[in-house]
Ligand binder design. Sequence first.
Ligand code: SF4
Ligand code: SF4
Length: 426
Amino acid sequence: MGKNLDALMKKIQFCEHCGFCRSVCPFLEASNMEESVGPRGRKMLFLSLLEGTVRPTPRLAQKFYMCGVCRACAVKCPQSIDVSDISVQARNMIIKANALNPFMKKVADSLVKGVKDGDIFGSANTKAKWAENLSIPKNSETVLFASCMDTSMAYGELLVDMLETFGWAENTMMSLSSRIQILGVTKFLDILLEGKHKLYRNSLVNTAKLLKMLNVNFSYMGNDEPCCGAALHTYGLLDEFAEHAKKVHKIFKEKNIRRLIVHNPICGGVLKDEYPSYVDGWDIEVKHVVEVIAEAIKNNGINLRLPEPTKVVFHDPCYLARFMDVIEEPRVVLKAIENLELIEPPNNKRETKCCGGGGVELIYRDVATRASINRVSELNTGNPDIMSSCCPVCALMIKKGIKNLKLKASYADIVDLTTSSMSPSL
Ligand code: SF4
Ligand code: SF4
């Protein structure tokens, strides 16, 4: 199983060369490079790769790894051609031809090991720490899928910062990161990273508290929670992803899990939109927590009020809007909060623009930073007090953009905004 290459090829043949996809590609805009790193150029290069008229090389890899797998091109394309699919398939061919440069190879090795161990940042032993005092049951048909990105993104932020500072030694940095994984010393970093952990893990704590308050019967798998393997998929490690997805499905089935509630839309998007192509009989429902909150607001109403008038702009994560198809729900939640003025940015809903993440932040950091600055400039159009979203990678990149542009606005997750609009007892 897996995405069908023939079906993709058939679709590509209908390309009209109109270039609409070019106009929305955030990384073509941020890289200021030639057509070959844009969606239309990628599609042409992919055809040449299949025909054998271009060879897989590290230089060619750059063209496909400078894609954030954001699907903006697919929304704009009159033929619905999804160049993110093309990028993932091309990456897979490049990996199989052993044509990654040493740094990218190290990233691949580190992802394979991290996913296998249960946490892409190598901190499987501390990933359940956020839930320590919450007394969440362990067995239920509905599971809060906490995701290693939500629990461990502080390590990801540290890694990106270190790669930015010591870019000249990126191979050493990646080796160091793998060694940290192997030695399991990430727990010693926790003291240093306390503030950063709080930012990412707080959204999970608040998600759990909200679900309890809404009387949702749910459990948390703790250290038994597997990584969904999203990073394997986007990196093009498709054989490893296919094998891993089947294992994850088996684990869920053995535990009689029927429904997953995610906070991280990257895991949600991959579980909802990619797993059915890779796992026979995938029948597990996947919901984002904003869907659950919006449902509760619609059915019963919840009193939500911010202490003072606040202008909030909402950034739709690509994976929430275009993979999970969740668009109206965040707006239902934010509009229900008294004293909150919701601002819609340019490029919103299904046409949202990537925050600059999508894995590009690890490999082409300058381009990713420029993409985050571009997106945050758009988010700042209405002069908001708060930029809100609900994805750990968007949080990382929006914070980066705010810092680079020296803006007065701050970042807050939609779940954290919701809980801070409730009674102080929560
Ligand atoms: S928007 Fe679609 S049809 Fe137009 S150039 Fe891009 S891939 Fe081809
Ligand atoms: S998926 Fe996003 S980053 Fe990749 S080619 Fe399409 S628009 Fe560009």
